[in-house]
Write a protein that binds this ligand. Structure first.
Ligand SMILES: Nc1nc2c(c(=O)[nH]1)N[C@H]1C(S)=C(S)[C@@H](COP(=O)(O)OP(=O)(O)OC[C@H]3O[C@@H](n4cnc5c(N)ncnc54)[C@H](O)[C@@H]3O)O[C@H]1N2
Ligand code: MOO
Length: 448
């Protein structure tokens, strides 16, 4: 840590310096072999090849009749080709009837093309074996077993290969199915299942433990006493960590007592790849995170460094690698908007770096300030205001409308926002219509 060693409390760090320090200290997690659904959302670390052709055999794309093309050449409703039905081929059939000249086999979608057959005519191109004009569908085999015998009248010709999905037409044996580095979304998980892979090597999702601190905190659902508030940060941060891709757990809030916090951190370290705390990092008499973690945790453990950042909200921050396994710990400020903004800027990129994901930051776009009055921002601080992004209909520069004010206690306005408006350090006023940088919340960096 600390690319920039300094007396952390006496000097101010820029947002970029803090971010670089934090990201410089974390590496992607070691790969694991995970079963498919556990690998969902993870980055593949091996090239996966197709072991056997997909589909593995020629099969029908329609419910109908497998025929020889010469037998149905020139067939029409007026002059149908009359064929003898030699049996049924359902999907999963292992034993296939031979289709000889003048014969047809009733066949279902996905069933193997029987030997001798060259094409499939859909049931709608036939009388379905009923002798009464074009059929709309087959009768269920359970109610009409005779459908697999007797005669069928075919009303249309079919060229060789018609309605047949050839073996290997999806992917050939030996072909690269998915390259290392692929993020496994639902279709990629589907492909792995289709080629028979039950597990793959991926970088796992990090385990993130969220600990909120504050003697005033009461879990939602419980009654508030005098001076108490509901603990909302630990819920926001746990949800945000899951949203970023982590397996996140919320620990019970810890009272403002240094020993209890140290014990809680040590207890959680064994199950965490990242620890996130909220509150207790400012300059008050009960700012317990700073008190408990600012010194060495144990003989092996590192300490957490507390610093002031040139940003608003999110000025006080702590970061360190703690415990024998040097687990990254990010101590976020307690004001609700400050803790969420800090998560977006610093914790989310940590989680995504640990996962080895290609995009670790939220996407940035330019947008024009949609407001009636100018915005003001403190000199020398990068300000992150909450806003709603309004994409331009014509595809040009969109707009962004501030929601709520700059106060870092405004959780109701935060819940209406889908973007963070970034006002640079050197800018103290932004006029309506001026262009700004906006971070799009709720959008994965890889999507833009
Ligand atoms: N004299 C100074 N006071 C403060 C400064 C400063 O520089 N000098 N900085 C302010 C800024 S900026 C911030 S941000 C906060 C950070 O304070 P802490 O990290 O120590 O947080 P707390 O004091 O514990 O709480 C602050 C605020 O947030 C509420 N809170 C805390 N945890 C939760 C939670 N889990 N759920 C909901 N709300 C929570 C808490 O009740 C307080 O209202 O310090 C300023 N002060
Ligand atoms: O830095 Mo604080 O986060 O402004 O409320």
């Amino acid at each position: 840590m600390s690319a920039r060693r300094c007396d952390a409390l006496s000097s101010t760090w820029s947002v970029d310096e803090h971010l670089a320090d934090v990201l410089g200290a974390v590496r992607p997690l070691e790969p694991l072999e995970l079963s498919l659904l556990d690998a969902h959302g993870c980055v593949l670390v091996e090239d996966v090849t197709v072991p056997t052709a997909l589909p593995p055999f020629d099969n029908s794309s329609m419910d109908g009749y497998a025929v020889r093309t010469a037998d149905v050449a020139g067939a029409s409703e007026e002059f149908p080709a009359v064929l003898t039905v030699v049996g049924d081929v359902a999907a999963g059939s292992g034993e296939l009837p031979e289709v000889g000249p003048g014969q047809a086999a009733r066949i279902m979608t996905g069933a193997p093309l029987p030997p001798g057959a060259q094409a499939v005519v859909p049931v709608e191109w036939t009388d379905g074996g009923k002798g009464a004009g074009p059929a709309a569908a087959m009768a269920a085999a359970s109610t009409d077993p005779s459908g697999a015998a007797g005669e069928v009248r075919v009303h249309r010709a079919a060229a060789e290969g018609r309605h047949v999905r050839r073996a290997g037409s999806d992917a050939a044996a030996g072909e690269l199915a998915l390259a290392a580095g692929t993020v496994l979304g639902p279709p990629q998980i589907g492909l792995l299942a289709a080629i028979g892979r039950g597990s793959v090597r991926v970088r796992p999702r990090p385990r993130v433990v969220v600990l909120s601190t504050g003697s005033e905190l009461v879990p939602p659902g419980e009654k508030l006493g005098p001076g108490q508030i509901h603990d909302s940060n630990s819920f926001v941060l746990t949800a945000a960590a899951r949203d970023a891709g982590a397996l996140a757990y919320r620990a019970s809030a810890v009272a403002d007592d240094a020993d209890s916090l140290r014990d809680a951190v040590e207890e959680q370290l064994v199950r965490a790849d990242v620890l996130v705390t909220s509150g207790g990092v400012s300059v008050g008499a009960y700012d317990v995170v700073k008190e408990a973690l600012g010194e060495r945790l144990d003989a092996d453990g590192g300490a957490v460094e507390f610093r002031r950042l040139a940003m608003q909200p999110g000025k006080p921050q702590g970061f360190g690698l703690v415990g024998p396994d040097r687990v990254p710990l990010l101590a976020l400020p307690g004001n609700p908007v400050s803790s969420y903004v800090s998560f977006e800027l610093f914790v989310r990129p940590v989680i995504r770096t640990l996962m080895g994901l290609p995009s670790v930051h939220r996407p940035k776009v330019r947008a024009r300030l949609a407001a009636e009055a100018p915005l003001t921002s403190p000199d020398g601080k990068r300000q992150f205001l909450r806003g709603r992004y309004e994409p331009s209909e014509g595809g040009g520069t969109g707009g962004v409308r501030p929601v709520g004010g700059a106060g870092s206690h405004l959780v109701a306005a935060l819940a209406q926002a889908d973007a963070l408006i970034v006002v640079p350090e050197s800018v103290t006023e932004v006029a309506p219509g001026e262009e700004l940088e906006v971070l799009l919340l709720g959008v994965d960096g890889s999507a833009v």
